[in-house]
Design a protein around this ligand. Structure first.
Ligand code: ZN
Length: 126
């Protein structure tokens, strides 16, 4: 099983408008064959599903990092998808994943439609 590990899992929305940005960013960050990937409407919106997917990735592939990416103008959130809501959901997802899997590094980003990855941190001002 030693050949069967990867560094990371990346979680993002299925929205077609973002895939080319995501593909470029993920490959620059992790390479071509070094990550699991979950593409689900809303990114971390369905948090129960995301927690299960990350747990499976951790168990099977011994990931060290989980990257959570929500995005601007996400249809799964509709009119509730304010930057504040995305920020809150990302930070809650990080908190729960780190509780589920102690030692896991969890990174959170808000992806703008123009391809800019904005880092979301717990202590930053909105
Ligand atoms: Zn979306």
């Amino acid at each position: 099983m030693s050949e069967h590990h990867c560094d990371a899992i990346v979680v993002h929305c299925m929205d077609f408008r973002l895939q080319h940005h995501l593909n470029r960013w993920i490959e620059e960050r992790f390479g071509k064959r070094n990550y699991d990937r979950v593409s689900l409407a809303g990114g971390v919106f369905d948090l129960d599903t995301i927690r299960k997917q990350v747990a499976i990735s951790h168990r099977l592939h011994a990931i060290r990092v989980a990257v959570l990416i929500n995005h601007e103008d996400c249809g799964a959130y509709g009119s509730e998808g304010t930057p504040e809501r995305h920020r809150n959901d990302l930070l809650r997802a990080r908190q729960l994943l780190q509780s589920d899997l102690p030692g896991l590094q969890v990174e959170t980003y808000y992806l703008h439609l123009d391809g800019q990855f904005e880092t979301i941190e717990a202590d930053q001002a909105l």
